[in-house]
Write a protein that binds this ligand. Structure first.
Ligand code: ADP
Length: 498
C-alpha cells in the first residue's frame, strides 16, 4: 500500500512542536507495518539541506491550480529524493520565492504570520492533490494522508483535479484544531477555489476561506491524535467553531493516539544525559538532577521536589496558572524549571514570578532540544497544565523517564495519565497527577498530591516504576492507520458532493 504523507515539519530537520516528532516517527512505523510511504514537504531551507535528490524533478499541473503556478519564476517543482539521515523517500516542493527565507515556517522572525501563507500552503495542497491523482508517472499513492491546516486544501483540490474520474482516497489528521488557516474570501480566486466549494457545506467559515474546514469537509476520513480529543472536538466547548462540521461527519472521525520514538527517548541510553538509569537502577536520575540544578543555578538539594515544564508558551499550554502556585511550591521545599518559547507576554509573567525565587526556580527560553531531554530526565514532576491538549508528547516522555506527569485531565493527557487517587494507587494504575478544574486551584490541588505522594517513598517508587514500564510505541497506532487506509481502499472514494 502506497501512502503520500503530507506535512510541514520533520524532526530533526524542522520542528516547532509535536507535528515534527510525528512526521519523523509515524512514516517509519508505517514502513515497518508494510506501507510504502513518501513524504511531501515544502523545501524550507533546513529541510532542503537534509534531503538528497535522486531523480529528475517534476513539473506540477497548472490548469485550475493556484495562480503562483503561473506567476512564480522559477516555476514550482517537485524534487524527488530522500532524507539523508533516515533514508525516508520524500518529495520536496521547491518554490524558492515561497519557502526559502529567514524566519519560521509559518511566521517571520517578529512572530507575524507570513502575508502570503494562503499561497504558500495552497501550493502544498495542490502538489499533494496532483501526486494523489497521478502527477508522478512512476509512483501514485493509494492514499493521500494530509496533516493539519497547512495541507487542508489537498482533499479539496483532489476532487477538483479528478473531475468525474476516480479520486484517490484521503485522510486528514488534525493535530491541533485551534490553528485553522483562515484567509480572506477574496483569496479564493487566486487559489483556484471555485465559488461552488466556498459555501457553508464547503470551505467557507464565517465569510473566510478555512483550510482546516476544507480538510474536514472533503477528506474521506478524519483522524485526530487521541481518542479523547476526537470526542472533545465534537463539542461546542472544544470544537473551535467546527464542532458542527465534525458532528455532521462523525462517522468519518476517529482518534488514534500518538506514540513515542523510544530510540530517542530512553533514559538508559539517551546520549544527551550525563548519567543513565532505568526502572531497576534509578541512581543515575539523581546524578542527572544534580547536574541540571548546577547548570541552572538551583540549590543542589537532592530532596527538593523538582517540577518542570518543557513547552511552547501559548495560551493553550496553561503556563499562566503557574505564578499563582509558585509561592506554595517553594514554601513546601520544591523547585521549578521551565523551558519555553513563544508568547512574549507569558514569558514576561513567568520571568517576573520565577525571579522572586533565586536558587529555587529557573526559566530558560528559546528552543533547545538538548536541554529539553535533560530537564525531562532530571525532574520529579512534569507539568502539562494545558487548557486543551490534542495528544501531548512531553507527558509521555516524562512517564518513560520516571518524571511523573501533572496534567489537566483533557484530550491525550486524560487518555495517558492516571491520577494518584487512593483507588488508582491501590489498584496499581496510578501514573501521575491529574486535575479537572482548569484554574490555579485545580493545579494547586494536584501539586499538593505530588508532595503528599513524595512523603510516602514506597508509593512514589511504585508509581514511578509503573510510569516507566508504560509503553506508547508507534507500532499500534501505525497498525490502526494501516487498517484505516485499508477500509478506505475498500470503499469507492466519496463523489464530489457539490
Ligand atoms: P505541541 O505540538 O502542541 O507543541 P507536544 O507535547 O505534542 O506539543 O509536542 C511538543 C514537542 O516539542 C515535544 O517534543 C517537546 O519536547 C518539544 N518542545 C516544546 N518546547 C520546547 C522547547 N522550548 N525546547 C525544546 N523542545 C521543546
Amino acid at each position: 500500500m502506497k501512502i503520500l504523507y503530507v506535512c510541514t515539519e520533520i524532526y530533526p530537520l524542522l520542528k516547532t512542536g509535536g507535528l515534527a516528532d510525528v512526521g519523523a516517527a509515524l512514516p517509519a512505523a508505517l514502513r515497518a507495518a508494510g506501507c510504502h510511504v513518501r513524504l511531501l514537504l515544502p523545501a524550507f531551507p533546513s529541510i532542503a539541506a537534509g534531503v538528497r535528490a535522486d531523480a529528475p524533478a517534476l513539473r506540477l499541473p497548472v490548469e485550475g491550480g493556484p495562480d503562483v503556478l503561473r506567476t512564480l519564476q522559477p516555476p514550482p517543482m517537485l524534487v524527488r529524493g530522500h532524507v539523508i539521515e533516515s533514508g525516508q523517500p520524500v518529495y520536496l516542493l521547491d518554490a524558492p520565492a515561497l519557502y526559502q527565507r529567514e524566519g519560521g515556517p509559518y511566521q517571520d522572525a517578529a512572530g507575524q504570520d507570513w502575508s502570503d501563507n494562503a499561497a504558500r500552503f495552497a501550493l502544498l495542497g495542490w502538489a499533494a492533490a496532483a501526486l494523489g491523482q497521478g502527477a508522478d508517472p512512476h509512483w501514485q499513492p493509494d492514499v493521500v494522508h494530509a496533516h493539519d491546516w497547512h495541507a487542508g486544501l489537498a482533499p479539496l483540490y483532489q476532487k477538483l483535479l479528478a473531475g468525474a474520474g476516480r479520486i484517490t482516497p484521503s485522510v486528514f489528521t488534525v493535530h491541533n484544531l485551534a490553528y485553522q488557516g483562515l484567509f480572506a474570501a477574496s483569496s479564493c480566486a487566486e487559489l483556484g477555489v471555485p465559488e461552488s466549494l466556498f459555501t457553508i457545506n464547503g470551505a467557507e467559515y464565517h465569510g473566510q476561506l478555512s483550510f482546516m474546514k476544507a480538510g474536514l469537509q472533503f477528506a474521506d476520513a478524519i483522524t485526530t491524535v487521541s481518542p479523547r480529543y476526537a470526542q472533545e472536538i465534537m463539542t461546542p466547548e472544544q470544537g473551535c467553531g467546527l464542532d458542527g462540521v465534525l458532528r455532521d461527519r462523525r462517522d468519518r472521525v476517529s482518534g488514534i493516539l500518538n506514540g513515542v520514538d523510544y530510540e530517542l527517548w530512553n533514559p538508559a541510553t539517551d546520549p544527551l544525559l550525563n548519567a543513565h538509569f532505568d526502572g531497576k537502577r534509578m541512581s543515575g536520575k539523581a546524578r542527572v538532577k544534580r547536574a541540571l540544578q548546577r547548570l541552572l543555578g538551583l540549590e543542589e538539594r537532592p530532596d527538593a521536589l523538582l517540577f518542570a515544564a518543557v513547552t511552547r508558551l501559548s495560551e493553550q499550554k496553561g503556563l499562566h496558572l503557574v505564578p499563582a502556585m509558585l509561592p506554595e511550591l517553594i514554601d513546601r521545599g520544591g523547585q521549578l524549571v521551565i523551558l519555553g518559547s513563544g508568547d512574549a507576554g507569558i514569558e514576561a509573567a513567568l520571568r517576573e514570578a520565577l525571579a522572586c525565587h533565586p536558587g529555587q526556580a529557573a526559566l530558560r527560553t528559546g528552543y533547545n532540544e538538548d536541554l529539553a531531554h535533560r530537564i525531562i530526565a532530571a525532574a520529579d514532576v512534569l507539568l502539562v497544565p494545558s487548557r486543551y491538549e490534542p495528544c501531548g508528547l512531553t507527558q509521555l516522555y516524562g512517564l518513560r523517564y520516571g518524571t511523573l506527569p501533572l496534567v489537566h485531565a483533557v484530550g491525550g493527557l486524560a487518555d495517558t495519565v492516571t491520577d494518584c487517587s487512593l483507588e488508582a494507587l491501590d489498584e496499581g494504575r496510578a501514573s501521575g497527577f491529574a486535575f479537572h478544574e482548569f484554574s490555579a486551584n485545580g493545579l494547586l490541588g494536584a501539586m499538593r498530591r505530588a508532595f503528599a505522594l513524595r512523603r510516602r517513598p514506597s508509593d512514589w517508587s511504585a508509581v514511578q516504576r509503573r510510569a516507566m514500564q508504560q509503553r506508547f510505541d508507534w507500532q499500534e497506532p501505525a497498525q490502526a492507520y494501516r487498517a484505516l487506509y485499508q477500509t478506505l481502499l475498500a470503499l469507492t472514494a466519496a463523489p464530489l458532493r457539490f
